[in-house]
Design a protein around this ligand. Sequence first.
Ligand code: GLU
Length: 285
Amino acid sequence: MTFRTRFAPSPTGPLHLGHAYSALIASDQARAARGTFLLRMDDIDQVRSKSEFETQAKDDLRWLGLDWPDPVMRQSQSHTRLHAALDQLAAQGLIYPCACSRRDIETAAGAPQEGVPTHGPDGRIYPGTCRGRLMSDRTPDDAVRLDLRKALAVAGPLPQFTETGPQFAGTHRLDADDLIATIGDLAVARRHMAAAYHLGVVVDDHAQNITHVIRGQDLFDATRIHVLLAHLLGLPVPVYHHHALIRDDTGKRLAKRDDARALAKYRAEGARAADIRALLGLPAV
Ligand code: GLU
């Protein structure tokens, strides 16, 4: 199998050390496997995505010594593919429009019950208020949700996926009861958007023929959603590698607004790519 991986930042802020770690690991693994490293802009959220962050990300990544084939795929240009995926799920009767605000969901969910999870990798577990509505009734103000129980009924034997990252290495099989208890009816499209992150990432990874998804451990839990969506859409399931997260001195995960760790700051201070590699504990190239 040819090895194809990608780094897929959302251009909603400057890249920081955690992004550098992810991109360098992906590029190093692609080089070791004589494969391909791709860049993708996950800019489906057109309100928060800014072209200056995309330009800055490319400059930072080149400064780190990374290289990728052009053109760079942009999720905002994937609408045809994303609509086709939604149509495919709709044709099986697996999705429904949802008008609930966060507050509606909190209210409908009621008081938490001991031992029952309230949140999963798609946020608040949805109480099912709009389940049963028809896609033909969707308005632009509606999100779209997967009817998880229906999806599991048509899914047949659930797939497994291979994880090669340090913390979760092994084979993981999806489990219907676990999906129902910990994820629920996840959003596949947000209001006024062609897709939600989970559907976008699955559809675009397939469009780029990605064989290996390399990203931070914070997304390990969401992988069950991605594998399920790939399975429902009849797409191959890639191999996953979730690497450790780079944390600040207090142990907190770095965030885009954490300008202190922005790569641009290290560049401005005269650091070189080799210094960043050393700082991140990555071997020199
Ligand atoms: N765009 C996502 C992010 O910036 C990463 C998507 C992925 O690697 O699956 O967090």
